[in-house]
Write a protein that binds this ligand. Structure first.
Ligand code: GLN
Length: 310
């Protein structure tokens, strides 16, 4: 186990060294995301006793993007249970890009909740009387995971809503196949809003730590989701969280994780800590270059791999 001083020193050291790593491309298919400063680099770690360690730009907001997916999956599981959710969204790594048309032949059921198709269905499964109430419940859930009230970056939302034809097309295909029920417009609009929720690396580390802590937020003490749900969400993150790089990630880093196109990345070490990195440039698989580098190094150096012999 790592000592507390070593955690703080390690974050600072990783931050100072890896900030010279200047590879990758900032996502621009959502035009507003391309306006961000590519040099931003924040690290945060939250331990199971609720202590927050940070380095660099850990308090600079970014949009959560795909890092929202595991938390909304948790909410859908809490609402409907694993059997019902699994009937609608699979749990198999697609081995494909985040925006792939990964739908089961015949049924149109999406491969898993971490790719866009699966996330759009998951969002639509959240129990509510109206699309507005559905989004309010999603925002409240993510806020409970973060331990503070979150809000929406309306510019990023508008930018994605104006350009999100691929996600709209995916939703239409799923509705045609019967795997998405209800209005396509409502489903994608709620999904775009969820992706535009504003968080910092510090927030994301608390959210990841809540999953690592069996669903109890280690900072606020709130039980956000029951323990079996936190465990299942981590399982799906471990196999599907890094898209088509998920296998390589499990091999080299060995922690449940989730990345987003804003450059946000979370990973959780069950019963130990949650960690988050924010750095906008992405590699060819859509995963953040520096986030991946930080986690690879930290995992190797401290033997964090889930399969590590302790
Ligand atoms: N909002 C983004 C999209 O649907 C999320 C994708 C991601 O973060 N990988 O394209």
């Amino acid at each position: 186990m790592i000592s507390i001083d070593a955690v703080a020193d390690t974050l600072t050291e990783l931050h100072d060294r890896l900030r010279t790593l200047d590879e990758g491309t900032v996502a621009d298919y959502i035009p507003q995301l391309a306006t961000v400063d590519r040099r931003l680099f924040g690290l945060a770690l939250v331990s199971m006793d609720g202590h927050l360690y940070t380095a660099g730009d850990a308090d600079v907001p970014c949009t959560i993007q795909s890092v929202s997916k595991p938390f909304v999956y948790a909410l859908a599981l809490a609402d409907l249970g694993l059997a019902e959710v699994s009937r609608r969204v699979g749990a198999e790594p697609s081995g494909e890009a985040f925006n792939a048309i990964s739908l089961e032949p015949g049924t149109g059921r999406p491969a898993n909740p971490m790719v866009n198709a699966g996330a759009i269905v998951t969002t639509s499964l959240v129990a509510a009387d109206s699309p507005e109430q559905r989004f309010e419940r999603i925002l409240a859930c993510l806020s409970a995971f973060a331990g503070r009230p979150l809000d929406v970056d309306e510019q990023v939302f508008a930018s994605e809503a104006a350009t999100g034809d691929r996600n709209r097309a995916l939703a239409h295909l799923m509705r045609g196949a019967g795997s998405l029920t209800g209005s396509v417009d409502d489903a994608v609009t709620t999904y775009f809003r969820q992706c535009a929720i504003r968080v910092t690396a510090a927030d994301l580390a608390v959210m990841a730590a809540t999953l690592a802590n069996g669903g109890v937020n280690p900072v606020t003490g709130t039980a956000v989701v029951p323990e079996p749900i936190a465990m299942r969400v981590l399982a799906v993150m471990a196999t599907c969280g890094m898209y088509d790089a998920a296998g390589d990630w499990l091999l080299r880093v060995g922690l449940p994780a989730k990345s987003g196109v804003s450059g946000a990345l979370i990973a959780a070490s069950p019963a130990r800590f949650g960690i988050a990195v924010f750095s906008p440039p992405l590699d060819a698989t859509g995963n953040p270059v520096r986030g991946v580098a930080v986690l690879r190094e930290a995992s190797e150096r401290f033997g964090l791999h889930l399969m590590h012999h302790r």
